[in-house]
Design a protein around this ligand. Structure first.
Ligand code: 0A1
Ligand code: ZN
Length: 865
């Protein structure tokens, strides 16, 4: 059995040595790559006597220290390190080692994706390329020489600016890259291969010209234009919004098919999962187009928040990720609709992060220990991290926030820092003391605000009582109340807002109260009649609200805050469904309020489609003390049916009005129409009407946009299986050669709520379009199955067994993907006795598997704790 070590934040010490310059030479050959690494080392701790270099899976050939070749007695080689005695303040280390990119199935370090050599070094992949002090607080100037066959690899890329190329003997050529800006090794990148590209230029605000290029597999160049447009918009936005200018002569993006995550912000050479680059109207959904825009922006924004100012250690990951997610969310809001973006972000947060925060793998946005840092690229570090930044933005307001970020960039440019430094910059402009606010960084789980009110007509006062309920952490220790901005309104009969006047609380803005105490009793004055409560407007704090006084129909119809309107419908839906789960009939008031939204011609299509979405199975599961998927699923289907039957003709005629088979435009209005059309079709299909099934089939065939075609396919699969098989065959035939579309095909099959899904998923593993070594395909087929509650929680227990087998099988290939999949078991503590026993057996089986990775071990042992 392997030893699984825990690393603690409290043990952090600065590095004894640093690497000032690193000059790398790669000779790329078919079966292996030779790496020559010359480092200028400087001692930082005067009492240090031994240099420790990280290195994993490296074939060491030769080492020199200050030009003296070392023999094996002069250094110590451990499994993952090289120890060299070194008692000088400066030294030159030269190392030659060999690596094997074709054997690298973990996709960390240098590996081959298709025929392309590429790298992924965050967080600790560089040590699989050469020996190095592989930690983010060691910032180095890199130069990179790449030598490879000119025919196999006409394109040779690395970070920074291109300093020269040359043709060599034996059909080889070389490229020399120099990155003038010191960076941690996790931002190092290299790409070599035969790639197509599109190019463009961008002129920065100070007039410097930047050459832009996007590289992809030959033949896909036409699918890169949306990504290029997104890149240019991002560059402009960061100049305008944050005053941040790009700092190199070149910005390259490369799309590869095998990638563990979405994309990577390597300095001047981003490497992307092709899913977040390639798109055209025929093959990409609206969500794909939006995803590309936001991920391109995210990686670009990292140039300042992550690369120039980086993290002192990996516990500080949210410093760059929370901030960069916040920046990309604001960018997308500015490019599209602010409200739509906010609702999507809140929805994603609650579906993924709230679930994580409520389960056994919960952790603070700044964790204080980890076994495997790769397990901490989570919804908590990213999305909750972004909400924490957003709260500060809300408190400071746009202008002061900008001043604070200006200071942050000025004070810490070129440094590796932590969240404390960011908070210092925020505090410099904050109207309130942020000391207590810092608890958001160190505590875990989602706080609940219990809100009640009392109206005093005689004094025209409203007393608002807000009680923070702070859950214990995963170790069952008590936690302390948070400070947060809480945006509220007290609404009069016509939806207008009473001005908020109170001596009991700090109003950081007109409509934002600053909560700090576990209990607040706030008296609002001059309220002439009993108001309606409008709470947590815009989702100003990432909390759960409990309040039994909310007038849902009123808020749905009258609130001027789009989030509260949406939220009223959402909560009303939850209450209706939960009552049905307990045997009640459908709430007639809900049906009426739903109909009012449906038939309101003044509501913009995208917003309407968002409001009309019923609470998801995941949302409902999360609220149950003991999870019972069947009960939820049945209530959900029944409610859809009731709504569809009640508003059948309205929905049908609205659907027809939205249907335009020739419209495949990628703009907000068209996307909104498609979203609403898909929502209505989804409701109508649950009614079980033959004519709607036929209509769905015709939508499948006639739609020109992938969003519509895919929705129709999914609905046929779930509601009209007789028609589905022909449509699935058609889809497969059309797109079998396009791996990005095959991901969608596998996802539809694996998300099916019909009986027999597991058997079909098992069989699809043999399909020629499937490859267990390609993460996107695994996520689409196996990951979608594990996220399909109806199939995964099947009473037979076979869903648990199947996913456990896959976790073990995939762990031997790619531990990061395997541990992601193992997260599917995180509802273990909330299962019924019988299902818990079934899942427990599978979790034990995984945990006891010999040679299990740290990645999977950490997740499974937390779940079993
Ligand atoms: N920094 C990237 C995310 C990323 C992290 C790890 C990876 O491989 C192990 C890849 C990408 C981002 O935030 O986009
Ligand atoms: Zn990021």
């Amino acid at each position: 059995m392997q030893e699984h070590k825990t690393i603690y934040y409290k043990d952090y010490l600065p590095s004894d040595y640093t690497v000032v310059n690193c000059s790398l030479e790669f000779i790329i050959e078919e079966s292996s790559t030779r790496v020559e690494n010359i480092m200028e080392i400087r001692r930082q701790n005067p009492s240090a006597k031994e240099l420790r270099l990280d290195g994993e899976k490296l074939d060491l050939e030769l080492i020199w220290v200050n030009d003296v070749l070392l023999d094996e007695t002069m250094y110590t080689k451990e499994e993952n390190a090289l120890l060299i005695p070194l008692d000088t303040d400066e030294a030159r280390i030269r190392i030659i080692n060999r690596i094997y990119p074709d054997e690298n199935t973990e996709l960390e370090g240098l590996y081959r994706s298709g025929g392309i050599w590429c790298t992924q070094n965050e967080p600790e992949g560089f040590r699989r390329i050469t020996y190095f002090i592989d930690r983010p607080d060691v910032m180095t100037k890199f130069t990179t020489k790449i030598i490879a066959s000119k025919e196999r690899c006409p394109v040779l890329l690395s970070n920074g600016n291109l300093r020269g190329t040359a043709t060599l003997d034996n059909g080889k050529h070389l490229a020399l890259w120099e990155d003038p800006i010191p960076k941690p090794s996790y931002l190092f990148a290299l790409v070599a291969g035969d790639l197509g590209s599109i190019t463009d230029t961008f002129t920065t605000m100070s007039g410097k010209k930047v050459d832009l290029a996007i590289y992809c597999d030959r033949g896909n160049e036409d699918k890169c234009h949306h990504a290029m447009r997104s890149l240019k918009k991002s560059m402009e936005w960061d100049e305008y919004t944050y005053g941040r200018e790009y700092d190199l002569e070149i910005y390259n993006i490369v799309a590869v098919d095998s990638f563990n995550m979405g994309a990577m912000e390597n300095k001047g050479l981003n490497i992307f999962n092709s899913h977040y680059v390639l798109a055209d109207e025929d093959t990409a959904t609206d969500a794909d187009f939006m995803g590309i825009e936001s991920v391109i922006a995210h990686e670009y924004f990292h140039n300042w928040t992550g690369n120039r100012i980086t993290c002192r250690n990996w516990f500080e990951l949210t410093l760059k990720e929370g901030l960069t997610v916040f920046r990309d969310q604001c960018f997308s809001a500015d490019m599209n609709s602010e409200l739509t973006q906010r609702l999507d972000d809140v929805r994603a947060l609650r579906e993924r992060q709230f679930v994580e925060d409520a389960g056994p793998t919960a952790h603070p946005i700044k964790p204080d220990h980890y076994m495997e840092i790769n397990n901490f690229y989570t919804a908590t570090v990213y999305e909750k991290g972004a909400e924490v930044i957003r709260m500060m933005y809300t408190v400071l307001g746009r202008e002061k926030f900008r001043e604070a970020t200006d200071s942050y960039f000025e004070w810490y440019d070129g440094k590796a820092v932590g969240t404390e430094e960011f908070l210092k910059a925020m505090q410099s402009q904050s109207p309130v003391d942020l000391s207590q606010f810092k608890r958001w960084y160190s505590q875990e789980r989602t706080p609940v605000l219990n809100v009640s009110s009392q109206y005093r007509p005689e004094s025209a006062e409203l007393v608002l009582k807000i009680n923070q309920i702070i859950p214990n952490n995963t170790k069952n220790h008590e936690q302390l109340p948070y400070a947060m901005p809480f945006r509220i309104a007290l609404l009069a009969e016509d939806g207008s807002e009473y001005p908020l006047k109170s001596d009991d609380v700090t109003l950081v803005h007109r409509d934002v109260v600053w909560l700090e105490k576990s209990v607040h009793e706030i008296v609002f004055k001059d309220i002439s009649s009993a108001p309606r409560l409008s709470l947590n407007r815009g989702f100003s704090a990432p909390v759960i609200i409990e309040c039994d006084e909310l007038d849902y129909p009123f808020l749905m119809a009258n609130d001027r805050d789009g989030f509260v309107r949406y939220e009223a419908a959402h909560q009303f839906g939850i209450e209706t469904l939960e009552a049905m789960m307990n045997g009640a009939e459908v709430n007639e008031h809900y049906i009426e309020s739903y109909g009012a939204i449906l038939c309101d011609g003044s509501i913009e299509a995208m917003f309407k489609s968002q409001i009309l979405e019923l609470p998801t199975l995941t949302t409902l599961m999360q609220r149950q003390a003991v999870i019972d998927v069947d009960v939820i699923f049945n209530a959900h289907e029944k409610l859809k049916q009731v709504l569809a039957r009640r508003y059948f003709s309205e929905m049908l005629s609205m659907l027809e009005g939205l249907y335009n088979p020739s419209n495949a435009h990628i703009d907000g209005v068209s996307m909104g129409k498609r979203a609403l059309k898909n929502r209505l079709l989804g409701l109508l299909m649950s009614a079980g009407d033959e004519s709607v099934n036929a209509l769905c089939l015709s939508h499948y065939h006639e739609s020109l946009s992938m969003s519509e075609r895919l929705t129709a396919l999914d609905l046929l699969e779930n509601y009209a299986p007789d028609l589905a098989s022909g449509a699935l065959d058609d889809f497969y035939r059309r797109y079998q050669d396009q791996t990005l579309v095959m991901n969608k095909y596998f996802a539809v099959c694996a998300s099916s709520r019909r009986e027999g899904t597991m058997e079909r998923v098992a069989a699809l593993q043999e399909n020629s379009a499937y490859d267990v070594k390609v993460p996107n395909l695994v996520r689409s087929l196996i990951g979608s199955f594990a996220r399909n509650p109806v199939a995964f929680y099947h009473r037979s227990g076979t869903g648990f067994r199947f996913v456990a087998e896959k976790v073990i099988e995939i762990d031997a290939i790619n531990p990061q993907i395997a541990s992601g999949l193992a997260g599917a078991f995180k509802n273990y503590p909330k299962l019924s006795h019988e299902q818990k026993a079934q899942m427990g057996i599978e979790l034990e089986r995984i945990k006891n598997h010999p040679d299990l990775s740290n990645n999977v071990y950490e997740i499974v042992s937390k779940i079993l704790e």
